[in-house]
Design a protein around this ligand. Structure first.
Ligand code: ADE
Length: 224
């Protein structure tokens, strides 16, 4: 999969994809992430890409021209399955959306800043608007990093059996059960005996019960 990210702060995205699973996904050729500096399409030599909003009010708005030129340049190079704008007024992101996005070949992510981007860009080019939660970030970059990470780890071959995405929280609408490692007794706090039993069908049953109980307590909405 290829993911192109349009941003005024590509530096913010240097680190999130340079380590661990995202790094390996790219080294294996399963994921390609490219960040594009929107200022390369500035309307003047001062690097301007934003302007005051019509109607007055505080906050700058990213202009149509730089975004349209950047988007159309990328669209001239390949066909995008989705053009995604990260914005707090988008659809709330979840595992189901990540699963669906992971089936695509080419995604374009647009990071907003300031008061956002001109509505006409949203109307003409954007196919999905995504929020990563009900709070406001300074820009879309951290949200873009969340999407790339959650999508990238779902691509076939990125995770091995031990880290398989199938056992993640949310994958079956259940939270993950508790996990333990050595020592079996930590200052008098003991690991549940069943996990030491070697009875794998029973362990599986226990984990399912724990997952269900945890979900009932913490996220009953997932069971509805
Ligand atoms: N940009 C600013 N806040 C955001 C959020 N909550 N989700 C996605 N993009 C954003």
């Amino acid at each position: 999969m290829r993911i192109d990210i349009i941003t005024v702060l590509p530096e913010l995205l240097d680190s999130p994809f340079a380590h661990s699973i995202m790094k390996r996904a790219q080294e294996k050729g399963l994921l390609e992430v490219r960040c594009h500096q929107l200022r390369d399409f500035a309307i003047n030599k001062h690097g301007q890409i934003d302007d005051y909003q019509y109607g007055g009010g505080a906050g700058m708005v990213i202009m149509c021209e730089p975004l349209a030129n950047q988007i159309e340049k990328l669209q001239g190079e390949r066909t995008y399955d989705e053009v995604i704008f990260l914005t707090p007024d988008g659809e709330t992101y979840n595992q189901g959306i990540a699963n669906a996005f992971s089936l695509n070949k080419n995604l374009m992510l647009i990071c907003g800043h300031y008061k956002g981007i001109d509505q006409r860009i949203r109307d003409k080019y954007v196919t999905k608007e995504i929020s990563i939660g009900d709070y406001v970030l300074s820009g879309g970059e951290l949200a873009a990093a969340v999407l790339v990470d959650s999508i990238g780890r779902l691509l076939p071959g990125v995770l091995n059996d031990e880290t398989s995405a199938l056992t993640d929280s949310f994958q079956d609408n259940l939270l993950a059960p508790p996990v333990y490692t050595r020592p079996a007794d930590f200052n008098g706090m003991e690991v549940p005996e069943i996990l030491l039993s070697g009875n794998f069908p029973k362990i599986e049953e226990w984990r399912n019960e724990q997952a269900l109980q945890r979900t009932k307590e913490r996220r009953p909405d997932l069971l509805e």
